[in-house]
Design a protein around this ligand. Structure first.
Ligand code: GDP
Length: 297
């Protein structure tokens, strides 16, 4: 997921830790290389700059350069700052599904992995938390997408809302809420329609659904391979419909991983899960410490 970044940082830190005594200049040189490595991983410029400035401030002066293991001290500071930039401040990362039925609204562009992620989350909630899950597709433009969700629901062993032709997204959302309440479900997922680009029609539809559905969570699914674009998409969705968290998909690919580093700092929203493949189990919760560990190798 972060192979290239990890390799680049590894060689910078190798040199630093082998060096013994360090001057402020040595640290500054290493941090310039960290910045370049971040930019190559498609981390946003502002985030990369801010990150390096924070590490520099903590590493400068007597404490680090005079310590017994100056290189390792710098690596430790980088590690701690990485966790901060990945996790942001506080906020529980578990999905809020108390007080059933909880509605989870799934939003995102077409092809981002929204339908797949909906099924993966449904499976997780059912198997790991014993929840009764209902999923509904609101993609009235693409009957194939509705059928795809129904097939995935069967595959992961949860119920899907029966497809009724000719209903609008809002009508389906209402029906799903009623069904969830009457059927004793704990969670209902509403998989909204996606489009290739963000447009007003899409946003209007999601807003109308959101107003009816009153979701506990609105999760944006974005393709992690698209780097800074993923962060831009998140900023737009959050501004227009409000999101509570992000799922980054295709993090199994050889993408540059920058979206993971910029997302929280730029949008203020937490990454909740990462998609790591097409299989229904290929989903992990996003844990800053583990991710920082992977980046630093
Ligand atoms: P949607 O249009 O947003 O609903 O996208 P889909 O859920 O239909 O996913 C589009 C394609 O991406 C499918 O072939 C999925 O199997 C694939 N996909 C989804 N998530 C992941 C992931 O985390 N990793 C990989 N490698 N493929 C994924």
């Amino acid at each position: 997921m972060f192979e290239n970044l990890s390799e680049r940082l590894g060689s910078v830190f190798d040199r630093l830790t082998k060096q013994g005594a360090l001057t402020d200049d040595d640290v500054a040189t290493a941090l310039r290389e960290v910045r370049v490595a971040f930019l190559e991983a498609d981390v946003s410029l502002a985030v990369a700059r801010d990150f390096v400035a924070k590490v520099q401030a903590k590493a400068s002066g007597q404490q680090v350069t005079k310590s017994v293991t100056p290189g390792q001290q710098v690596v430790k500071i980088v590690h701690d700052e990485l966790i901060k930039v990945l996790a942001g401040e506080g906020e529980a990362d578990a999905l809020k599904i108390d007080n059933p039925p909880a509605t989870i609204l799934m939003v995102g562009l077409q092809g981002s992995g929204k339908t797949t992620t909906t099924a993966k989350l449904a499976k997780r909630l059912k198997e790991r938390m014993g929840k009764r899950v209902l999923i509904a597709s609101l993609d009235t433009n693409r009957p194939a997408a509705m059928e795809q969700l129904a097939i995935l629901a069967t595959q992961v062993g949860v119920d899907s809302l029966p497809i009724v032709k000719g209903q609008t997204a809002v009508q389906i959302a209402k029906r799903a809420k009623t069904q969830a309440a009457m059927g004793g479900y704990d969670v209902v997922f509403l998989d909204t329609a996606g489009r290739l680009h963000i447009d007003q029609v899409l946003m209007d539809e999601i807003q109308a659904v959101r107003d009816i559905a009153e979701p506990r969570e609105t999760l944006l699914v974005v393709d992690g391979l698209t780097g800074q674009d993923a962060v831009n998409v998140a900023t737009e969705f959050d501004g227009k419909v409000g999101i509570s968290g992000v799922v980054l998909t295709r993090m199994d690919g050889d993408g540059r991983g920058g979206a993971a580093l910029s997302m929280r700092a730029v949008t203020g929203k937490p990454i909740r899960f990462v998609g790591l493949g097409e299989k229904m189990d290929a989903l992990e919760t996003f844990e800053a410490e583990r991710v920082a560990g992977r980046i630093l190798g």
